[in-house]
Every structure is written in structure tokens, then in C-alpha cells.
Design a protein. Structure first.
Length: 287
């Protein structure tokens, strides 16, 4: 195991005291240390939002992009250097709202990366309007009469679209979340972890206590390879209980890099030798 100090960042943390993001940050660092992923081999990618600030608070390679646009650069980085470990981090608005279309296609391509969605069921950075996962009827800073739209079910969406690793964690269960992140990193293909992350400033409904009263860990009798059972479990949320753990897992399906003709066979674009003369044929087409 590597020393956790390797991942220490000197950037000043801007999260609210008591924010659920702190538990997720600790779990990421713990997973990286136990998997012995050196900071230079780890890439943290994010869009915009409070959760998307996470890469600034961990020592690693960082790409901080546009709102909802973390997946395109993350996929490009993986195509250029397949040896890097890619972790995307962002909120439910960033990942399921603005980034929803990218999410769907990364799942069906089975790109080998991990996406952590800090799901606090609210937009935290922009002061508390409803997100794609806010409960119908819940009143927010923008929806005074209550949210009118049905919330999405991210785990069910992921399973039906084609994600090969689908899990749910809780920022109040750092040890369990750390183990989920380790399993996701070791999985070959796209991995989604939907993380229950209380926003103490703008979501007064889905608090730490609210989650603790409803979250439970799946036991060893649960079979995550049973797709039909996983889909049923993916819809379980709220007062009926919120299952934590690996909801669905599919082994053996080739990742995007393994299928792409330019990358098949373990080729890495970063290792290719290039010369200015290689570009001349393309330039000449426009002369």
C-alpha cells in the first residue's frame, strides 16, 4: 500500500464543512493507495460543480472541463494512453443532466474508465434547484411549488444502456465506498458508481440521517450477474430501502480500446513515433 500523503494537494478546499464530498475524496485516495496507483498514473477528470472540484484536492493528473463534458476528454485520454487509470468525478446534474447524452454512449461503448457521480439530488454549486434525481414534489430554491418531473433512475438506465459495472455507494460509508472504487478500477470496461452524497446547505430532505435510515449493504447471497434481478434492484430507492454495493456486473465483454481497429492489440497512441512529414499528405489534400 502506498502512503496516503502521496495524494495530498495544497489547494485550499472550498466545500462547506460537513459536506458529503469529503468522504468521497477520502475513499478515492484510500482506493488509489491500496491499489498502488501512483499519482502520475492516475487521471482525475471533471466538469463543473462542487463535486467537480474533487480533482483539485488530490495529487494526480487533472483535466477540469466544461459542465457535463467530462466524458469526451476522459475517453480521449484513455484512447491515447491505455495504461492510465481514469476516474471521472462530478455531481448528478453534471453527470445525469448536462452530461446525460455522453453518459449513454460511453456506457454502450464500454470505455474502460470509472465514473463517480456525487448524487445529492440537488444542484449544489448553483444554489439548490432541482436536479435530474430530485424527488417529484420536492420544493427547492427554484421549484417553489415542487419539482414536477419524475426523477431518473441512474442505475436502471446504466444497466439497460449497456454498462458492465453498476454500483451504488454512500459517502457516509467510506470503507464500503473505497472497496467499490477499487472493484470499479479493476473492472475492464465502463464502471458507474452512483454515490449518495448529502448536500448540507441546499438539500434539507436527503440528509445524512435520511440516507443512513434507508441505505443497506447487499449481502453475499445477492448475485450481481443476474441482469433481471439487478434491474429490479436498481429501481429500489427511498423508504423501501437503498441498496449499496455492486448492483450489476458483466465480465468478458471487450472494452472500447480492445475493439477499436486503431487501438486493438494493446496499441497505445502515446507510444507512436510521429514526424512532421506524416502530416504532409493530409495538408496536400487542401493545396
Amino acid at each position: 500500500m502506498l502512503d496516503l500523503k502521496l495524494y495530498h494537494s495544497n489547494d485550499e478546499n472550498q466545500w462547506c464543512p460537513g459536506c458529503g464530498n469529503f468522504g468521497i475524496l477520502d475513499a478515492i485516495k484510500g482506493a488509489a493507495a491500496e491499489l498502488e496507483i501512483l499519482p502520475e498514473n492516475l487521471v482525475m477528470v471533471s466538469g463543473i460543480g462542487q463535486a467537480a472540484k474533487t480533482p483539485h484536492y488530490i495529487r494526480a493528473n487533472v483535466f477540469n472541463g466544461l459542465h457535463g463534458r467530462s466524458l469526451p476528454p476522459a475517453q480521449a485520454i484513455k484512447m491515447v494512453n491505455n495504461d492510465l487509470k481514469i476516474i471521472i468525478t462530478g455531481g448528478d446534474g453534471d453527470g445525469y443532466g448536462e452530461g446525460g447524452n455522453h453518459l449513454i454512449h460511453a456506457m454502450r461503448r464500454n470505455v474502460d474508465l470509472v465514473q463517480l457521480v456525487h448524487n445529492n439530488q440537488i444542484y449544489g454549486l448553483t444554489k439548490g434547484q432541482g436536479s435530474p434525481t430530485t424527488a417529484k414534489g420536492q420544493k427547492t430554491s427554484m421549484q417553489f411549488e415542487g419539482v414536477q418531473s419524475e426523477p431518473i433512475h441512474p442505475l436502471a438506465l446504466a444497466i439497460t444502456v449497456g454498462a458492465t459495472f453498476v454500483a451504488r455507494g454512500f459517502s457516509g460509508d467510506k470503507e464500503g465506498l473505497k472497496e467499490l472504487i477499487k472493484a470499479a478500477v479493476n473492472h475492464k470496461g465502463y464502471a458507474l458508481i452512483d454515490i449518495m452524497q448529502p448536500c448540507i446547505s441546499f438539500n434539507k430532505v436527503n440528509t445524512f440521517k435520511w440516507y443512513k435510515d434507508r441505505c443497506y449493504r447487499l449481502d453475499e447471497s445477492y448475485d450481481p450477474t443476474n441482469k433481471a434481478a439487478a434491474l429490479q434492484k436498481a429501481f429500489e430507492f427511498g423508504d423501501e430501502g437503498i441498496p449499496l454495493g455492486i448492483i450489476y456486473k458483466e465480465e468478458g465483454r471487450p472494452s472500447f480500446n480492445e475493439l477499436h481497429p486503431t487501438l486493438a492489440g494493446g496499441k497505445v497512441l502515446a507510444d507512436r513515433k510521429w514526424s512532421p512529414k506524416d502530416v504532409e499528405p493530409f495538408i496536400n489534400q487542401f493545396l
